[in-house]
Design a protein around this ligand. Structure first.
Ligand SMILES: C[S@@+](CC[C@H](N)C(=O)[O-])C[C@H]1O[C@@H](n2cnc3c(N)ncnc32)[C@H](O)[C@@H]1O
Length: 424
């Protein structure tokens, strides 16, 4: 079966996460197509994607390919047939809809003509629907997509379906659509975006500073650590506990520490709240106040399976700082990171991963200035794991020369460089 994975805002991170999760689950696949928005995989194993998706922060939606068609009419005929079948098999109200995806440079007139044709067909399908059966159609927004939140809230997957029409001619060694073809797919799982924002904004303690760790990024980093369920994950700069909460939700044992006592109180309060909202597999987490310099007093040698963390990102900027200021920041960071990496080495088990974000600065020309001390950290006894295998590295996918991935938002100057280190 072929599946389309709709990637998140930083496609390299989404792909790295999918690769890490599938490797851990021992799922075999062949890659059919990758561009900056989609990954198409051929997978033989039966997978419960609805169960999998909430555990994968970098995938917005998964659709199962019905078929590829040479022209739109054939794809629409097939859609009508599927909906008719649904009408016969399913009683009660049905909710159906569609999204359309084009390559980014598709001619505007063509886009208009195609979207009008699809719209007409869906209206016709509704008209032809038998009197005793009711169908509601959800039309796409101006971006020609039904928002994931709407697919989720309307329970479209259960109550009918979202059909996706994809007009892709993406270059790839093994292009899926022939010529101008259309890929027809049906959504089988969609991200519950509201649950992420609930965990971000509705918990008792929030961090109002710009640049707080988003739960989705925390989840991606946890997946990049690639440890089995039940393993112990440590965040030694736990702050208000975002990484801890996501690790608990993904069935890991959790240890958290922070030098700041107030942050420890916040973390505890947030995790208590989490327990009221979710059933946790390992609710006996450990959280304590400690500077990283002294955590070995509380954590045994080689007892941690993975460290997933983010330390202080330094000052927040509204204007791009000078190169001298950036150098000054990095000089302040070097000592903290080298001392932390040395300590981490003793508590992390051999081959265990240390997934960490290190600040990078986005300059006016869009390029990034990144930390100059990474080789020093490697020399302590770590190697950097390449987060993407060769088959995932196409020209659309941005990854640095030193195998890190930069996570940033459009208007942020301080970005995060995500690294996966392995304890040698
Ligand atoms: C960006 S926040 C961490 C965000 C957190 N990882 C999360 O998931 O929400 C950085 C934290 O590092 C802590 N910190 C800074 N230096 C530290 C040190 N030397 N030892 C322990 N904690 C430290 C700060 O108190 C702060 O709470």
């Amino acid at each position: 079966m072929k599946y389309i994975f709709h990637l998140g805002r930083i496609p390299a991170l989404s792909l790295a996460e999918i690769q890490a999760v599938f490797e851990k689950m021992k799922i075999d696949y062949t890659v059919d197509l990758i561009d900056s928005r989609f990954l198409i995989l051929d997978i033989e194993d039966k997978i419960d994607f609805e169960e999998l998706l909430p555990q994968v922060g970098g995938v917005i939606k998964i659709a199962k390919i019905i078929d590829n068609y040479k022209n739109l009419d054939d794809a629409l005929e097939k859609t009508a047939f599927i909906i008719e079948d649904l009408n016969q098999k399913k009683s009660g109200k049905k909710i159906i809809g569609y999204s359309i995806y084009f390559t980014l440079n598709t001619d505007k007139n063509k886009v208009f003509e195609i979207s009008e044709n699809i719209k007409k067909k869906f209206i016709e399908i509704k008209k032809l629907c038998p009197k005793n059966s009711s169908i509601r159609i959800i039309f796409p927004d101006k971006n020609l997509e039904i928002k994931s939140v709407s697919v989720f809230k309307n329970k479209m997957i259960k109550k009918g379906g979202e059909f996706n029409f994809m007009f892709l001619n993406a270059p790839h060694p093994n292009p899926l659509p022939q010529g101008e073809g259309v890929i027809l797919s049906k959504t089988i799982a969609v991200q519950d975006i509201e649950s992420y924002s609930q965990r971000d904004y509705n918990r008792p303690k929030k961090d109002v500073k710009i640049g707080m760790m988003p739960p989705k990024l925390a989840q991606i980093m946890i997946n990049l650590a690639q440890v089995r369920k039940g393993a112990t994950i440590l965040d030694p700069f736990c702050g208000i506990g975002t990484i801890l909460q996501e690790a608990l939700l993904n069935d890991y044992r959790v240890v958290g520490s922070d030098a700041n006592g107030e942050q420890i109180v916040s973390s505890k309060e947030n995790l208590k709240w989490l327990e009221t909202k979710y059933v946790l597999e390992y609710p006996d987490y450990k959280i304590f106040q400690a500077d990283t310099k002294s955590i070995t007093k509380k954590i045994k040698q080689n007892s941690i399976d993975a460290i997933v963390t983010e330390s202080t990102l330094g000052p927040v900027y509204k204007k791009v700082p000078s190169k001298i200021e950036i150098r000054h920041n990095y000089n302040l960071f070097i000592k903290m990171y080298t001392s932390f990496f040395q300590i981490a080495k003793s508590i992390l088990r051999k081959k265990g991963r240390l997934v960490i974000t290190i600040p990078a600065y986005k300059m006016k020309d869009g390029k990034f200035i990144t930390a100059p001390f990474i080789d020093r950290l490697e020399k302590i006894g770590y190697s950097i794991v390449s987060p993407l295998s060769k088959e995932f590295l196409t020209e659309d996918i941005e990854i640095t020369d030193r195998n890190s991935i930069i996570y940033y938002r459009q208007n942020q100057i301080v970005a995060r460089e995500v690294f996966v280190f392995e304890n040698k």
